[in-house]
Write a protein that binds this ligand. Structure first.
Ligand SMILES: Cc1cc2nc3c(=O)[nH]c(=O)nc-3n(C[C@H](O)[C@H](O)[C@H](O)COP(=O)(O)OP(=O)(O)OC[C@H]3O[C@@H](n4cnc5c(N)ncnc54)[C@H](O)[C@@H]3O)c2cc1C
Length: 472
């Protein structure tokens, strides 16, 4: 009885708190989440009456950047694919210029030594090189069937594609091809570095585009990887300038509910505890899937709700070390093949300085759990994480610890949606269930692919669907 009374009191207090707050006029669209998917949706809907609500002090989500000594550094995302189609036009409009940088893993750290240059190929034996070529050929054949286009642009029918590979993990596939340990380990570290997921939890189908890219041909110097003068900050700034006060940060959305009259009510709280509610004709949910499932009250079918909840997220930690001098400049990103939590080192100031620059710099250490289900990893103490990162760095850059002037640790609870086997089936539900056609729409990298490109495409698609829904 006491519990019931308490629950009633909380409901009454909430109702009072929100009704006492400023009630805005009806908006066309509210966008929940100011990551790249939400910001892209907002960009395409900016001619309407819109509001973007972002929980953190700054927009950008997993593309958030920091600033030290005049340098911008990534807390999460460092680069993106070659801007084409929608991105090319969008960046022109935002007045940001993409610049090509070296491909990822242009160095390999193993056994206390760094191999620069042709990445993995330099230290493979003759037999391993043959296996490498076989693996490359297999992946190219699969990718040539149009897997990437299918995942990103839905361009082909599923009958033409090796979708059956969605039932297999990367481990299964590599085992059945009897590939040597060194290649299996390399793919594992790449997957942990790029998706926070090990081979045994990643769908083979969803790994094809990334694996086909990551395994270079000998002498292949292509990069197809881009960043900006001030890293991802350049784009976030561009979006923020376009949106003005339609982008509100420090606003945490608490619930989204479709009312009987078809409008949606979004309740949110500012950092200083002010309660607000907004009414909108449509809402785009561009938060990670599990958060979306929690925020939306009713509306979505049970299938949609459970698909959103079933998407696991891998966890991830990045540490930016502020250094008195530059230690890493012969490579942009080093895949760390040693056993442990460190997966990549980045010379993150690379797009901002000349190659021979030797002054103060920032080196990032990216750390991932050994498998996607490990949810304790990001809870490790700062001291523990710093020790792991510093020990690993010292092996490869002797004396570096004396040069550390400071650090910035970032923990990602929702780092990457885990593309576990049969992910394609979950996406079918999220894209095609009647309840995802309005007034609530889904955006986020989990709807396409766990990259900036995937997030932006998802944001554009959600905007397009929203416009169709709002047509008189
Ligand atoms: C460490 C790391 C490195 C990465 N590196 C790369 C890379 O180099 N290249 C690449 O292409 N991709 C990379 N990615 C992936 C890329 O960052 C993501 O795919 C992309 O940024 C996802 O964008 P999003 O909009 O879907 O989600 P998010 O960026 O997570 O945006 C969701 C937003 O919703 C906000 N939010 C959450 N709850 C609420 C609430 N209740 N109310 C209001 N707002 C809320 C969050 O604060 C966040 O800003 C990396 C990811 C990580 C974690």
């Amino acid at each position: 009885m006491k519990r019931l009374i308490n629950a009633l009191l909380i409901i009454l207090a909430n109702a009072f708190a929100y009704s006492a707050s400023a009630q805005k006029d009806t908006l066309d669209v509210v966008i929940v989440g100011g990551g790249f998917s939400g910001l892209t949706s907002a960009y395409y809907l900016n001619h309407l009456d819109i509001l973007v609500l972002e929980k953190e002090k700054e927009a950008g989500g997993r593309c958030l950047t920091g600033e030290w000594n005049g340098f911008h550094y990534p807390k999460g995302t460092e680069y993106m694919g070659k801007p084409e189609g929608l991105q090319k036009k969008l960046f022109r409009d935002l007045d940001v210029k993409a610049k090509e940088i070296p491909g990822p893993a242009d160095g390999i750290a193993i056994n206390n030594r760094i191999y620069y240059g042709d990445r993995l190929l330099d230290f493979l034996s003759e037999q391993e090189l043959k296996d490498y070529d076989r693996l490359r050929e297999e992946l190219s054949k699969l990718n040539d069937l149009g897997v990437e286009d299918h995942i990103f642009y839905d361009e082909m029918t599923t009958e033409d594609l090796p979708l059956r590979l969605d039932a297999f993990t990367v481990s299964h596939w590599l085992q059945s091809g009897q590939y040597p340990d060194v290649l299996t380990n390399y793919v594992n570290v790449e997957n942990r570095g790029l998706f926070g997921t090990d081979n045994s939890s990643h769908s083979m189908y969803f790994d094809i585009p990334e694996m086909a890219y990551d395994l270079p041909l000998p002498g292949d110097k292509r990069s197809e990887v881009y960043s900006f003068d001030n890293g991802m900050y350049s784009i976030i700034e561009g979006f923020a300038n376009k949106l003005g006060d339609r982008l509100q940060t420090g606003m945490s959305v608490k619930s989204v509910k479709v009312l009987n009259n078809g409008l949606s009510e979004v309740r949110y709280v500012s950092e200083d505890g002010e309660h607000y509610s907004a009414l909108a004709k449509a809402v785009i949910m561009s938060t990670p899937s599990q958060i979306t499932a929690e925020l939306v009250d009713g509306h979505f079918s049970q299938h949609v709700k459970s698909s959103l909840r079933q998407i696991d997220y891998s966890q991830y930690v990045t540490i930016n070390f502020f250094l008195k001098e530059r230690y890493l400049k012969d490579a942009w990103s080093i895949a760390c093949l040693e056993e442990g939590d460190v997966v990549t080192f980045y010379d993150v100031i690379r797009p901002q300085v000349d190659n021979d620059y030797n002054g103060p710099s920032i080196l990032s250490v990216y750390m991932a759990p050994k498998h996607a289900k490990d949810t304790t990893f990001i809870g490790l103490s700062d001291e523990n994480l710093l020790n792991k990162a510093k020990n690993s760095l010292e092996k490869y850059f002797s004396g570096i610890n004396k040069s550390i002037a400071g650090h910035d640790i970032t923990r990602f609870k929702y780092a990457f949606p885990v593309f576990s086997p049969m992910y394609g089936k979950r996406l079918d539900i999220l894209k095609n269930d009647a309840t995802t056609f309005g007034p609530l729409f889904l955006a986020g990298d989990y709807m396409v692919y766990a990259t900036v490109d995937g997030a932006m495409i998802s944001g554009q698609r959600a905007a397009k669907r929203t416009l169709e829904y709002l047509k008189p």
